[in-house]
Design a protein around this ligand. Structure first.
Ligand code: IMP
Length: 434
């Protein structure tokens, strides 16, 4: 067994929640390393649907430790709601959940700042999840943020809070924000959260490192996807953290040398929520069909996801950035009914082949995708549990993705349930999972 990172190879929503939940049975600890309650991991266990936004889905396995690392930004209200709903379902959250004392705290005024920035006429709206994620990370990088250690500190919190609140009041005045923000009420509310959260807060880097030294197996769970990474994604249409594999080390306080494998999760097609260029986007009715078949609506905001064909150059790019050892293809069954399946195998801009991912959105928007069209299999694959039952043409499709991206397909997911997953025997992933 090993310490693995599982993360999104596209623009998020690749189905990581189900995969992490499934794999977590084999791990002692699952660590979330970035993002906040902008992520939504949907996990079905029988008839029960769990939407986890902040807490790693490993929490659904009795005894598995769920760690929220220092790279995550935490809205204590959202966290409390999630804890309460899991407890209602009988999960022993308090013995399984550990929260980093270095994780930064989101306040309601972060959402106010985001609203101002998203609605400015002279700026392009990013189409964020409106959870205050970006402004909280701004305060972190601006070295004025408040961390969980400050929040639970009996002395320090009020002073830091008043200073941060003063900044936001100045901003609200400058931007003529009409919304009334009751800074004292927020302070009182956050003090209540503190009492409940304090027992769960600790130095998670030392906690995770101690577990690794003791020979435990740790799974690092990414949120969003590599194309939403603040450095490597389609900036500025990205989230405000490092969703790529490097973020696991900084966001959990664990050295790269402790990581034994990096697994990319990708849909059999591709989706994106929010604004920004999307080379293989499927226009019109064909896109609507995939959206319907794949139920492609955001689990956090309910927004319809934009759908596209599998994009090989994009996957090659994210495979390089992350160093994928293996790739998991999810939602294969969504393509079951299609006569033909185009796959984007190359990019052209102004009639010239492009091999590097362009840095500007203006260039990405001008990409002309080059497609190869593969025959569909027109046979249900949902619920198939062994590779030899997969229709030949579906296997050809998977082999095609593998040969074009240069990354093995180590696992196929063909339905939302835990058992609707096939780990490819003999794959590197199967070896890593032990
Ligand atoms: P933010 O993370 O709320 O700041 O939003 C920035 C961009 O990332 C927007 O395009 C969002 O739609 C996108 N985004 C954030 N979280 C997720 C996610 O979990 N899945 C897919 N897109 C996301």
């Amino acid at each position: 067994m090993a310490n693995l990172i599982v993360l999104g190879a596209q623009w998020g929503d690749e189905g990581k929640g189900k995969i992490v939940d499934l794999f977590s049975e084999r791990f002692d600890m699952v660590v979330r390393y970035q993002g906040g309650h902008n992520a939504g991991h949907t996990v079905y266990i029988g008839e029960t649907k769990f939407v986890l936004k902040l807490i790693p889905s490993g929490i659904l396995r009795p005894g598995v430790k769920a760690v929220i690392g220092n790279g995550v930004v935490i809205d204590p209200g959202a966290l409390m709601t999630e804890i309460e709903s899991l407890e209602k379902a009988g999960i022993d959250v308090r013995s399984q959940l550990v929260i980093s004392n270095r994780a930064h705290v989101i306040f309601p005024f972060h959402r106010m700042v985001e609203k101002v920035s998203e609605s400015r006429e002279d700026r392009v709206a990013i189409g964020t999840t409106a959870r205050g994620i970006g402004p909280c990370y701004e305060d972190k990088i601006g070295r004025r943020g408040i961390r969980m250690a400050d929040l639970v500190s009996p002395q320090g919190f009020e002073h830091l809070y008043r200073m941060l609140a003063e900044d936001k009041m100045t901003l609200a005045t400058a931007f003529k924000v009409s919304e009334v923000i009751d800074f004292n009420a927020i302070l009182a509310q956050y003090r209540q959260f503190t009492e409940k959260l304090r027992p769960l807060v600790r130095d998670t880097s030392s906690y995770v490192n101690a577990a690794i030294k003791a020979g435990q197996n740790v799974l690092f769970e990414g949120a969003q996807g590599t194309m939403l990474d603040i450095d490597h994604g389609t900036y500025p249409f990205v989230t405000s953290s490092n969703a790529s594999a490097g973020g696991a080390c900084t966001g959990a306080g664990v050295a790269p040398t402790r990581i034994n494998g990096i697994i990319g999760v990708s849909k059999a097609y591709i989706t994106r929520v929010g604004a920004g260029p999307f080379p293989s986007e499927i226009p019109g009715e064909a896109g609507d069909r995939i959206r319907k078949a794949g139920n492609e609506f955001g689990s956090v905001t309910g927004r319809p996801r934009r759908c596209g064909w599998f994009d090989v150059p994009l996957l090659r790019y994210t495979a390089d950035i992350n160093g994928f050892d293996s790739m998991i293809i999810t939602k294969l069954d969504v393509l079951d009914d299609l006569e033909e399946i185009p796959v984007c195998v190359g990019y052209e801009v102004d009639g010239k082949a492009v091999t590097d991912m362009p840095a500007t959105n203006e260039e990405v928007a001008r990409i002309v995708p080059i497609y190869e069209v593969l025959p569909g299999w027109k046979t249900p694959t949902k619920g198939i549990t062994s590779l030899d039952q997969i229709p030949t043409k579906a296997m050809d499709y998977l082999r095609f993705l593998e040969s074009k991206t240069g990354v093995e397909v180590g696992c196929v997911s063909n339905g939302p349930e835990r058992n609707e997953t096939i780990i490819v025997p003999g794959s590197k992933l199967a070896t890593l999972l032990g």
